[in-house]
Design a protein around this ligand. Structure first.
Ligand SMILES: Cc1ncc(C[n+]2csc(CCOP(=O)(O)OP(=O)(O)O)c2C)c(N)n1
Ligand code: SF4
Length: 543
């Protein structure tokens, strides 16, 4: 069947057709549509496939690992920085190995369209010593999923599929299979002790992982995903091109044959024999890859004894941002680059909070007190409320990674900085803020934690928040004294009351929590109804 699919949808459909039993994810651009597609699939709706948002990426990956342990095919999906959160589970699951096929899909964001950095997940794959697959187009993304699950079961290892924004978020015709592979039956591993990573077992498992590397390299050589493309005879240059960058290369040769021998990389570890042949036959080697100079660092001459390898490290291609066909044309020294620039379809405009958003009232209240405190007292986090950093608010001073606001406020308070305030969203709080608050409670730190509770994971499109209706009880359970857990409603009419509460809690020399509760105005009717049902707390205003 032919379908027009986003790269993310092709990945999702490929997984469904490959016998997927469960997907576990935490939302994050550019990966979110993969899980949303499966959640909305008939298979998930009728309960054949478990499709759920987890509290964070580590939890998501571990849930997928649990499903794999009992023999089923499972997938975990996240954005690149999410893998920092899941890294402990991911790296250790390469040591234990998996049972049912386990595929980790990571979407990288070169150019940082919607991210704090443009880190390249391939390094994590290499670090964990597991296979990495990198599709060049939507069809490959679809086809690769079946292969990824097969390879995971054949090698007994998790397999990473790496996408990038441009692939995840562009559409193309994809031919899908008419028949779905049935799901695996429930069956636990015969050698289940390998999942017990105490040193006596873990050492053996690590040795096995090392042994498997030969087989993985052989697989990269023969699977058909890596290809040696013969050029028409120009031996001045050979090319190594990976993932989506293959399209940028071929756009320059749409109307003529490729003159250079080219190794197209879609699978790691790198295919040594193919690359050796390329190196032996050609004078220079240009490496074209989206992301960090990952292949280039491996193949390049670190000590500079020769200048055979060129690419991002040698300045032939840009180090930052996404590649494009023009950048590749320049690296190839093509005299007549294609006669058009990369079009700007959407004129860039600064992001802003939606009219009527509760975060606006919250920041107006915080901002009214900043003249008293001075700058650099408000540590914040990642979500729609990050927009408190721009005008007209200019109310927050740090945004580093999900969950950093509370520990940073505590660290500053430890150093004697007063006041020390953390502003964190409801989903970010349950993702990775709770442990920071527990620490602050244990040390009786004088910090004020403002939870911007809009009952949704709004920034990534309004997914349900695992925090819904639970924040008060969580804060209480973590040990915050009840008289210092306040609930306020960020509406203009409560401005004075909210500022009064804020001032009082900031004066309190211990940890306090103020829950600013008002649902995101863009939420679906269904989610608004859920919020009405679960947000039952009375605001902390004097009667
Ligand atoms: C580790 C990590 N995972 C995912 C993301 C993507 N992301 C950014 S903000 C956010 C959630 C924000 O939700 P919430 O804290 O409730 O704030 P809101 O956007 O609703 O105001 C997510 C998932 C990220 N930046 N980092
Ligand atoms: S999506 Fe919701 S939380 Fe985000 S800015 Fe708009 S109203 Fe505010």
């Amino acid at each position: 069947m032919k379908k027009i699919l986003l790269g993310n949808e092709a990945i999702a459909q490929g997984a469904i057709d490959a016998g997927l039993s469960g997907v576990y994810a935490y939302p994050g651009t550019p990966s979110t549509e993969i899980t949303e597609y499966i959640i909305n699939s008939p298979e998930a709706r009728n309960g054949e496939i478990v499709a759920s948002w987890a509290a964070n990426e580590k939890v998501a990956y571990e849930e997928a690992l649990g499903m794999s342990f009992v023999g089923k095919r499972a997938m975990s999906v996240m954005k690149h920085v999410g893998l920092n959160v899941a890294a402990d589970a991911f790296v250790n699951s390469a040591i234990s190995g998996v049972h049912g096929g386990l595929v980790l899909v990571v979407a990288d964001d070169p150019s940082q369209h919607s991210s704090q950095n443009e880190q390249d997940s391939r390094f994590y794959g290499k670090f964990a010593m597991v296979p990495v697959l990198e599709p060049s187009n939507q069809q490959e993304a679809y086809d690769m999923m079946a292969y990824a699950f097969d390879l995971s079961e054949k090698s007994g290892l998790p397999v990473m599929v790496r996408s990038v924004t441009r692939l995840s978020h562009s559409r193309s015709i994809v031919r899908t299979k008419d028949e779905k592979r049935p799901q695996n039956p429930l069956r636990t591993p015969e050698d289940s002790k390998r999942f017990v990573l105490v040193p006596s077992y873990a050492r053996k498992q690590y040795a096995k992982l090392i042994e498997k590397q030969k087989m993985l390299e052989e697989e990269s050589e023969t699977s058909g995903w890596n290809t040696f493309i013969e050029g028409t005879g120009d031996r001045s240059l050979g090319i190594v091109v990976s993932g989506i960058a293959y399209n940028y290369l071929m756009e320059n040769f749409a109307d003529r044959p490729l003159p250079y021998d080219t190794v197209k990389i879609n699978q790691y570890p790198l295919p040594r024999k193919m690359l050796r042949k390329l190196f032996e036959r050609n004078e220079k080697i240009l490496i074209i890859e989206e992301g960090y100079p990952f292949i280039e660092e491996m193949l390049g001459d670190y000590l500079g004894f020769s200048d055979k390898v060129i690419g991002k490290l040698t300045g032939h291609l840009p180090r930052t941002g996404e590649l494009n066909p023009n950048a590749v044309a320049a690296a190839l020294g093509l005299e007549e680059p294609r006669p058009y620039e990369i079009p700007e379809f959407v004129a860039p405009r600064p992001p802003q909070l939606c009219p009527g958003c509760g975060h606006i009232d919250m920041y107006n209240e915080i901002k009214s007190l900043i003249p008293e405190w001075g700058d650099n007292h408000v540590f914040s986090d990642i979500g729609c409320y990050s927009l408190g950093v721009v005008e007209p608010f200019d109310a927050i001073d740090t945004i580093i990674d999900m969950g950093a606001s509370i520990p940073m406020a505590k660290g500053a308070a430890d150093a004697g900085w007063r006041p020390a305030i953390a502003v964190i969203g409801d989903s970010t709080f349950t993702h990775s803020g709770m442990t920071g608050l527990l620490d602050a409670v244990w040390h009786k730190s004088p910090i004020t934690v403002i939870i911007a509770d809009n009952s949704a994971v709004a920034m990534t499109g309004g997914q349900p928040s695992t925090a819904l209706g639970r924040l008060y009880e969580i804060a209480k359970g973590l040990g915050v004294e009840e008289e210092h857990i306040k609930v306020v409603i960020p509406l203009k009419k409560y401005f004075d009351k909210n500022v009064e509460i804020l001032k009082k809690e900031i004066e309190y020399p211990g940890p306090s929590v103020i829950i600013y509760q008002r649902p995101c105005v863009t939420m679906s009717a269904e989610m608004k109804e859920m919020a009405r049902k679960f947000n039952t707390l009375e605001p902390s205003y004097d009667k």
